[in-house]
Design a protein around this ligand. Structure first.
Ligand code: BGC
Length: 448
């Protein structure tokens, strides 16, 4: 009835600091780029912000119970860099609570909430930010490394670069177009430097969480195939090739990064350090064509690609989530086999995020939150992972995005990805049907 996974396969749930914590000023925390961005009118749907978010900062003990009682092995959360700058007290309490509940903490060091003061100094366009992330990593290892042994460096450098630096949809909203490529390189360098710090600090396992998706050409026309290839280079391979084979996928990217040959070679040596696992976040495939004059491409993706670039997104024909994202489970099998074929030295993969937003109604008279479409989504995607394992890809774990409804960046709180429902007025938590389903799926695994 439930898809089955090899013994030792690790089930988990994911969140990130800015999306759940709230307590924007607690502990003397200074603003992150997301505090600044959300304070600007017109950036987030309904003018929402995350100053309180789902108040995880105060309700973390309850939230850890919701996670642990599902029987997961791992919990992926992230540290707020600006909060850590004024101390790790909150994370000491959080990590102790996770461990006491019998769950392995697998934190992400950086999930998009750069301290505003670093953005003021150039943010990820400034090479020095990479070294600053390494220093911040050293502080985390010193304070928490006795209890945290498994680490993820950065989350989705591609989306952060594209939405935050190339476009204006996410913080810091710079809108630099292809001029944003140095932000990609500096995050990759930060990843490599963080790996060095984590290794020196005795980490048990180190990985990264990259977003991946198949890029499908709209047809056989060579222009469409070339457009899809370039788009795949910019969104997928620019962020994976340097880590997994020590090079950038094409000359346009190398030119855009603007680091001279000898320095680039030294940087790539740092970036390509071996990893213990490679985290894949998967949501939906993208279909691309060469732009047709006069055709309107607005609204196809969550964010619009400006005119004048040599690729345009066209809708994938598929059922959709309430966020409008195409539901294509086979895309997950496809990206996993593609990664395996592209990288002879691919480390074991962990699906560090996968999930769907449906606009679930709060608890009904029976006290339950019924979310059958999320169950169908997760079931189909887990089967797609099982297919990839069957095809010879080594996948060691799968984490649902997300443990709990939260602040979905520029889309605010309408988009609910959680296994646990949060009432926007009272912040009360209710386990959804999908939470029970996931618990039962984990319990139904043969573990020997
Ligand atoms: C991010 C999460 C986000 C999720 C759903 C990923 O891009 O890492 O922070 O909430 O996808 O959009």
């Amino acid at each position: 009835m439930y898809p089955q996974f090899p013994p030792g396969f690790r089930f988990g749930m994911s969140t990130s600091a800015y999306q759940i914590e709230g307590a924007a000023d607690a502990d003397g925390k200074k603003p992150s780029i997301w505090d600044t961005f959300t304070a600007r009118p017109g950036t987030v749907r309904h003018g929402e912000h995350a100053r309180v978010a789902i108040d995880h900062y105060h309700r973390y003990a309850e939230d850890v119970r919701h996670i642990a009682e599902a029987g997961v092995h791992d919990y992926r959360f992230s540290f707020s860099w600006p909060r850590v700058q004024s101390g790790t007290g909150f994370y000491d309490r959080l990590v102790d609570t996770i461990l006491a509940a019998g769950v392995r903490p697998v934190p992400t060091i950086y999930h998009w909430d750069l301290p505003q003061e670093l953005e003021d100094a150039g943010g990820w366009m400034n090479r020095d930010t990479a070294q600053r992330l390494a220093d911040y990593t050293a502080m985390l290892v010193e304070r928490l490394g006795d209890r945290v042994r498994d680490w993820i460096t950065l989350n989705e450098m591609s989306v952060h670069t594209l939405y935050g630096y190339a476009l204006t949809d996410h913080a810091p909203g710079r809108g630099l177009g292809l001029g944003a490529l140095p932000a990609a390189h500096h995050q990759l360098l930060a990843h490599g430097l963080a790996v060095q710090v984590l290794r020196a600090g005795g980490a048990r396992s180190v990985g990264v969480a990259n977003q991946h998706f198949p890029v499908l050409p709209a047809g056989d026309d060579p222009d469409d195939v070339a457009a899809a290839g370039l788009f795949a280079d910019l969104t997928n391979w620019t962020f994976a090739d340097p880590i997994l084979r020590g090079e950038y996928p094409n000359e346009l990217v190398v030119a855009g990064i603007g680091v001279d040959g000898a320095q680039l070679a030294r940087d790539l040596e740092v970036i390509r350090a071996p990893l213990d696992f490679y985290g894949v976040n998967y949501y939906e495939p993208t279909m691309i064509e060469a732009p047709r004059a006069g055709k309107d491409y607005a609204g196809v993706l969550e964010v619009d690609i400006p005119d004048g670039l040599p690729f345009s997104p066209v809708p994938v024909k598929a059922e959709r989530t309430d966020f409008g994202w195409a539901i294509v489970p086979s895309g997950l099998t496809g990206i996993l086999t593609t990664l395996r074929d592209r990288y002879p030295h691919l480390p074991p993969v962990v699906i560090t995020e996968n999930g769907a937003s449906f606009h679930d109604a709060g608890p009904g008279p029976d006290g339950r939150v019924h979310d059958p479409r999320r169950i169908a989504f997760l079931d189909a995607h887990l089967r797609a992972v099982a297919d990839a394992i069957e095809a010879g890809v080594r996948v060691d774990g799968y984490y649902v995005w997300s443990a709990i409804d939260n602040f979905e960046w520029a889309a605010g709180y309408d988009e609910r990805f959680g296994l646990v429902h949060v009432d926007r007025e009272t912040l009360a938590r209710t386990r959804k049907d999908s939470w029970y389903w996931y618990r039962d799926l984990i319990a139904a695994q043969t573990r020997s």
